[in-house]
Ligand binder design. Sequence first.
Ligand code: OSB
Ligand code: MG
Length: 370
Amino acid sequence: MRLDGIELRQVALPLVTPFRTSLGTQTTRNALVLRVVSDEGEGWGECVAEDDPTYSAEHLHGAAGFVRRFVVPALAGGDLRPPDVAEALAHLRGHPMAKSAVEMAVLDCWLRARNTALADHLGGVRSRVAVGVSVGVVDGLDTLLETVDKHLTSGYARIKLKIEPGWDLEPVRAVRETFGPATMLTVDANTAYSPADLRHLARLDDFGLALIEQPFAPGDLRSHAALAARVDTPICLDESITSAAEAAEAIRQGACSIINIKPGRVGGYLEARRVHDVARASGVPVWCGGMLETGLGRAGNLALACLPGFTLPGDISATERYYRRDITAPFTLGDDGTMAVPTGPGLGVTPDPDDLGAATTASEWIPVPA
Ligand code: OSB
Ligand code: MG
């Protein structure tokens, strides 16, 4: 496959409700949508970097510049298959979300031309996957309980509460007491705690959580291992796991017994599958994280989440939980807390031209030199 060029689009999607975490508050999801055009057709990708470099070092503005200045020249000329994307970009340090977006668009294009669904290409084994919802920090327990009630009534298979110092034991206790022991409940701190908080965090052990996600800094595997040794609740890593090699090392150090996999964070779907493989070989369950994706990223995440090692519900919620108007047809939640994995070729979805047009705030065409 030879690339003619990459179209970069900035899109802005207002969130149905603001999403607050220990990293900040988002009211609009700004994202970067990529369309690659090749001699075999076109393909779509999404960059999950956010406006500010708070979740990771990447940010949207930087990702666009990185693609324009470094990715396009590196992909010039030659016959390209999806694994070649990561290889051609391997000498460029960092920028996994930007790299992942390009690989995603190339994969979509390549698989469309071969009439193969991404789920089948990755080795998926399920047609529907269990999903949960990530509940942001809110202004009081009443609002929290109302929000959780609404999501449980919708049928979500798991509730994840964002926590931070000052918003942890109390909200978790309130949700557990109100909704009972059968509710699958997890917490995500997005690195908000320091090693000095270890004893405090250990008190979360009383609430029967399915996991505690990323309490400490990305590089601090040692504190995660120390907490894991102290509590019965499984420790899950998100921000720390940037590759299959990092996953293997974190498991070796006892820093996690569950891994949240996000393709953008690890540099693409193919590396995400390798993280899955490493975890599975060690008996470590994985689940698919989310970055408030548009329908494009949601389709890709569903394809990944049907691999056999994804045994816990993912952060892949229905479109209406995020956006009134997405750029693809909406994804809906089934009665049993699952969502359908797209079956069409590639991602199995394409942006609706009207919806994409309405969301687009800027676009540019970057030719790939022959
Ligand atoms: O830590 O999982 C996270 C959103 C943005 C950045 C980091 C995270 C999240 C979420 C949202 O939790 C999950 C979703 O997309 O539903
Ligand atoms: Mg997380």
